[in-house]
Design a protein around this ligand. Sequence first.
Ligand code: CMP
Length: 139
Amino acid sequence: AVERTLSIIKPDATKRNLTGKIVSKFEDAGLRVVASKRIHLSPAQAGAFYAEHKERPFYGELVEFMGSEPVVVQVLEGENAIAKNREVMGATDPAQADAGTIRKDFALSKGENSVHGSDSPESAAREIAFFFSGLELVG
Ligand code: CMP
């Protein structure tokens, strides 16, 4: 089925000017950018976005990192977009990521791993609504 998923190009990647290269990998895989904006998250916004990880030991570090530099938030649309986006990103830990994936090619560590993607239809719906209004989604 055609799905939508929320993608974030993280601070380590925007800082190294990798936005275009990352978007190309999504587009080459058949995903379409139907919404896009560059924003600088406040600590409160980053904390709210990652609220489900609040009890994890890396939560403080994650929130600080996500607010450290601008990010590019996008909605990607396509056949099986949620799984496809995760395939193109590769494993969370770049050391475990397959060749040719974004994280293999660009990520610095498990934390500074260049991209975020929704992990289920439920989180995609929540995460898209967190950043975008319906009017901003242009299919
Ligand atoms: P993301 O898909 O954005 O969702 C949660 C994030 O937590 C994850 O990507 C990683 O960047 C980050 N994360 C996961 N494990 C660790 C870890 N051990 N240390 C720091 N950050 C982590």
